[in-house]
Design a protein around this ligand. Structure first.
Ligand SMILES: CCCCCCCCCCCCCCCCC(=O)SCCNC(=O)CCNC(=O)[C@H](O)C(C)(C)COP(=O)(O)OP(=O)(O)OC[C@H]1O[C@@H](n2cnc3c(N)ncnc32)[C@H](O)[C@@H]1OP(=O)(O)O
Ligand SMILES: Nc1ncnc2c1ncn2[C@@H]1O[C@H](COP(=O)(O)OP(=O)(O)OP(=O)(O)O)[C@@H](O)[C@H]1O
Ligand SMILES: O=C(O)CCC(=O)C(=O)O
Ligand SMILES: [Fe+2]
Ligand SMILES: [Mg+2]
Length: 305
């Protein structure tokens, strides 16, 4: 939808605020993402990196933290350092890493998209490994909403910060601008010969002709994006571990939905299987509960989440 000056503007994806310029606001409305250069300080990022390395060396143990290894190396010999870890998620109980989610600089932007009541719902530090030769370091094109049983969709946003130079060589984010204006697509495992990481679902009928934008970023640059924006990341063709830290936020006035009978049923089933295996609980813990337990209020009020 085009915005015409001189007429009341219908802005759906951003809220009235005095931080974003009109150009930035329109950019997010049209494209579904907004890149802010140099937002997080080098000092903060170095601290997050140090904490991540301590976790990998198993010097600290964080309750609830999930450590994921790349599927290509999952069966190889265990080494307690970052070479074995492709992602940690759910670091809400690690005060040092969780500082990222509460940084005032980040929250000021988040508020422009979801309002003053802010819940940190999902946290990740991604350590994309050098590809082991099977292209398993790729992340298929997907919409993050696929994983989320809460709404409304426009009151959810992701902040993703590069912890070092992130470019096409080491597998930067790839986005389909404007795809946030569509609906939630069906997701499933892509048919990749070399294997796919657990839960790395992709949009089933991904249109390779849709214009793509590679988001090349420097340390501290941060992109905010809508949960319907189709995005993924390429193979890491370098010898380094490409690092980024991210948090998905939702408004404290969002509400949970039942995904039964929707395209999200397949991910609900997988999450439940993992939880039953890991925590030896039965069906009494619902998909919603797993999110309500992880969510943390970082600003304002927790109304219905
Ligand atoms: C409480 C968990 C809730 C998780 C909810 C996740 C929600 C995510 C929301 C995200 C929102 C944003 C969008 C995210 C986009 C996609 C994602 O990033 S999804 C999140 C990433 N995926 C996961 O976190 C999956 C959860 N991981 C696990 O459960 C485990 O790490 C594991 C993959 C099951 C591995 O188990 P573990 O016990 O740690 O490992 P092993 O004992 O060595 O291996 C067991 C078995 O699993 C195989 N394996 C290991 N790693 C992988 C892998 N990366 N991919 C696929 N398979 C893997 C391994 O080979 C073993 O297999 P075997 O045949 O039994 O030998
Ligand atoms: N067959 C596919 N199905 C779904 N997603 C794919 C497929 N092939 C690539 N992608 C995704 O597209 C994005 C870019 O992939 P790719 O690794 O090919 O990088 P690229 O930017 O095309 O670089 P290059 O120019 O080296 O090919 C990644 O998110 C990747 O996971
Ligand atoms: O850092 C990346 O490769 C992107 C990961 C991603 O999009 C996700 O985990 O949802
Ligand atoms: Fe994602
Ligand atoms: Mg390609």
């Amino acid at each position: 939808e085009t915005v015409s000056y001189g007429h009341p503007q219908r802005l759906r994806y951003t809220l009235d605020n005095d931080l974003l310029t009109p150009e930035q606001r329109l950019f997010y409305e049209e494209n579904g993402f907004l890149l802010i250069r140099n937002l997080v300080s080098k000092q903060d990022i170095d601290r997050f990196r140090g904490e991540f390395e301590r976790i990998c060396r198993q010097e600290i143990k964080v309750p609830g933290l999930v450590v994921m290894r790349d599927v290509a190396i999952a069966k190889s010999e265990f080494v307690p350092d970052q070479r074995a870890v492709s992602k940690v998620q759910d670091f809400q109980e690690d005060p040092e890493l969780f500082r990222y989610c509460s940084l005032p600089k980040i929250l000021k932007y988040v508020e422009c998209f979801i309002g003053p009541n802010i819940m940190a719902m999902h946290t990740m530090l991604i350590n994309k490994p050098p590809d082991a030769g099977k292209k398993t370091s790729r992340h298929p094109m997907h919409q993050d909403l696929h994983y989320f049983p809460f709404r409304p969709v426009d009151r959810i946003v992701c902040a993703w910060t590069a912890m070092e130079t992130v470019n096409r060589q080491n597998g930067c984010l790839v986005v389909l601008p404007g795809s946030h204006k569509g609906t939630l697509q069906e997701h499933d495992y892509p048919e990749w010969e070399g294997g796919v990481n657990k839960m790395y679902h992709g949009v089933r009928d991904y249109d390779p002709e849709h214009p793509r934008v590679h988001l090349e970023m420097e340390k501290g640059d941060t992109v905010f994006f809508h949960p319907l924006l189709i995005h993924g990341s390429g193979m890491n063709q370098t010898q380094g571990f490409r690092k980024a830290i991210s948090c998905h936020y939702a408004s404290g006035d969002c509400y949970y939905i039942d995904v039964k009978g929707t395209t999200q049923e397949n991910i609900e089933k997988e999450v439940k299987e993992i939880i039953v295996r890991r925590h030896a609980v039965g069906d009494e813990l619902t998909f919603k509960d797993t999110w309500a337990i992880r969510g943390r209020l970082v600003q304002g009020e927790r109304i219905s989440m």
